[in-house]
Design a protein around this ligand. Structure first.
Ligand code: ATP
Ligand code: MG
Length: 171
């Protein structure tokens, strides 16, 4: 099966220090993989290279066969390569439903307008509710994001990433 994500010779050096060295990694679709290693092994740096937060010194990342080298982190997220940032993308004072609905809305590129027909707004809410159920947060729709437990916050974040049609979740 064609890998959904692949790295080729992925390398980054910080001054004289090689943090990630010639990594060839393949991830088939519909799989889970964990990156493990001791402190300072380069796990976070490797993730930042996949998501586009860091640019490699050598090598490249391919998402569905396409070179990600020219693409920023935001552009990669739009393509479906999404990275969770442990809650920093969540609006703490909004509810679970409002956060997910905004993520759905941002994908659909439909700005909320006072005069827009209510039925459309209702579709956004229904889509958000489906995602909330999918991550097992149903019953918490009206909870304020900042008051969720740590685990619930991570679920909310996954729902928001899925709302953007994310195909690879970097957790
Ligand atoms: N921006 C940077 N500038 C210089 N060195 C860096 C930078 N980022 C990471 N490093 C170094 O690269 C190496 C890998 O760091 P990294 O944070 O990726 O490790 P890690 O596997 O995520 O570790 P931990 O388990 O502690 O989270 C370390 O030696 C670290 O000091
Ligand atoms: Mg780390």
């Amino acid at each position: 099966m064609e890998p959904i994500i692949r790295t080729e010779n992925l390398t980054i050096r910080f001054g004289g220090h090689t943090a990630v060295s010639h990594v060839n990694f393949e991830m088939p679709p519909r799989h889970l993989k964990s990156i493990i290693g001791p402190n300072g092994a380069g796990k976070t740096t490797f993730f930042n290279l996949l998501s586009g937060e860091l640019k490699p010194t050598e090598g490249d990342v391919f998402f569905k066969g396409e070179s990600m080298a020219p693409l920023s982190a935001v552009a990669r997220t739009r393509k479906g390569l999404g990275r969770s940032f442990q809650i920093t993308n969540v609006f703490p004072n909004l509810t679970v439903l409002e956060n997910v609905r905004l993520a759905v809305q941002s994908k659909e590129k439909i700005r909320y307008q006072m005069i827009r027909h209510f039925i459309h707004y209702k579709q956004l809410i229904e889509e958000a509710e489906k995602l909330i159920a999918l991550v097992l947060l149903d019953g918490k729709e009206h909870a304020i994001a900042s008051q969720l437990s740590h685990g619930e916050k991570r679920k909310l974040e996954i729902a928001m990433l899925l709302a953007l049609d994310t195909e690879v979740l970097l957790l």
